[in-house]
Design a protein around this ligand. Structure first.
Ligand SMILES: [Zn+2]
Length: 255
């Protein structure tokens, strides 16, 4: 690291748990952020600021006036621009040293396969179950840690699936692919703005912990925030022996 980098990241380097070594790990790390909305914006800002060296950002949408209430990468003049392009410019303004790749489409199974294989960590910042399951499958297959966040109305949740370990649950252990889930999207529902910021920032925090290798991750623990009462709750999530996605990986491994 040069002098500017030592200064830029000094408040991380001062932490013995990170230090120069941890900061170097962040610089070499590749993070995939799927969804550049309420969660993806703060997550990407913190990862960029923290010097995570390679970010890949995927989102098919354009910036809309209704986004500006919470999607903190965008400014009024960005309305109409592709989100990933406006996001890349804003992130580079914050930290010109990092590499940012963008994908201006929704992530399908084939894309997820490649993107996840190339990443060290995946942040699920999407707003729909279809993409969440596509990402989960790819993370299970490639044994990549998945940091999953969600926020709607006054409720938000966060969980890490550290799929590098064999006994870790996956997203489908918690929400089965064929399960009856109520598909609610921020695009049509209300959402309290700072909650997406809180959860997105926590996704970045968990990603930094995993990438720099310190602390205890939120692996297998679902953290839930009720904004109205300002209460946090946490429940353990175990691997489901009947989970179709986990079983598929087992079948592949024993082949
Ligand atoms: Zn599973």
């Amino acid at each position: 690291m040069n002098d500017d980098q030592l200064l830029r990241y000094s408040r991380h380097i001062l932490l013995p748990e990170i230090g120069v070594e941890g900061q170097e790990r962040l610089r070499r790390a590749r993070a995939l952020i799927v969804g550049a909305g309420g969660l993806g914006c703060p997550a990407a800002l913190y990862l960029a600021g923290a010097g995570v060296g390679h970010l890949t950002l995927a989102d098919a949408d354009k910036v809309d006036l209704t986004n500006l209430q919470r999607q903190i990468l965008y400014r009024t003049q960005d309305v109409g621009a592709p989100k990933v392009e406006a996001a890349r410019d804003a992130l580079h303004a914050l930290n010109p040293e990092i590499e940012i790749a963008v994908l201006k489409s929704r992530v399908d199974a084939a894309q997820a396969e490649k993107l996840v294989a190339d990443a060290h960590i995946v942040l699920d910042c999407t707003d729909n179950f279809a993409t969440r399951h596509v990402l989960n499958r790819a993370c299970v297959r490639h044994r990549k840690p998945l940091v999953s966040g969600a926020a709607i109305r006054f409720d938000a949740q966060l969980i890490v699936f550290d799929l590098r370990t064999g006994d870790a649950p996956c997203y489908a252990c918690l929400f089965p692919e064929d399960g009856e889930v109520e598909e609610v999207q921020c695009s049509v529902m209300g959402v309290l703005a700072p909650m997406t910021g809180i959860i997105g920032a926590m996704q970045a925090m968990e990603a930094i912990k995993l990438l720099a290798e310190f602390g205890e991750s939120l692996s297998g623990r679902l953290l839930m925030l009720d904004a109205k009462s300002a209460q946090w709750r946490s429940v353990r999530v175990k691997k489901d022996p009947a989970c179709a996605v986990c079983k598929q990986k087992g079948a592949q491994a024993s082949r």
